[in-house]
Design a protein. Structure first.
Length: 125
């Protein structure tokens, strides 16, 4: 099967199919990626703390966005790993570099998360 760029769905059908594909990806991530499952737990804990903590709305939003950024980075990391593995399982320096860079992006997002939480916590002592 090949991709036909002239016959792409439009309108509500496109939105429905995009949502379907995204949900399929989330199901796959939950079933196959332990890091993603751990980050979902982090999101649930964050939502509980955000909901209970008496802080400003913008601080709640920053905490939520920082947590979602970690999930976003993990999804991109997994996508890069899948694409590299699709090309070849052969060990190659560029394949390793691509995977390491994607992993570094997750680390940066976790650092941002830690900094945002620390700043909000410090400002509300």
């Amino acid at each position: 099967m090949t991709f036909d760029s002239s016959n792409k769905p439009v309108g509500l059908k496109r939105i429905y199919l995009a949502l379907h594909n995204s949900l399929r990806a989330y199901k796959w991530l939950i079933a196959n990626e332990s890091a993603f499952r751990q980050e979902l737990v982090l999101l649930v804990v964050s939502l509980c703390v955000i909901g209970l903590w008496d802080i400003a709305l913008y601080e709640r939003l920053m905490l939520l966005c920082a947590t979602l950024l970690v999930l976003f980075a993990e999804i991109i990391n997994t996508a890069i790993e899948a694409a590299i593995d699709r090309i070849s399982y052969e060990i190659h320096p560029l394949s390793g570099l691509a995977k390491d860079l994607a992993s570094a992006a997750v680390l940066v997002s976790l650092t941002i998360l830690g900094l945002v939480w620390a700043c909000v916590f410090y400002s509300n002592l």
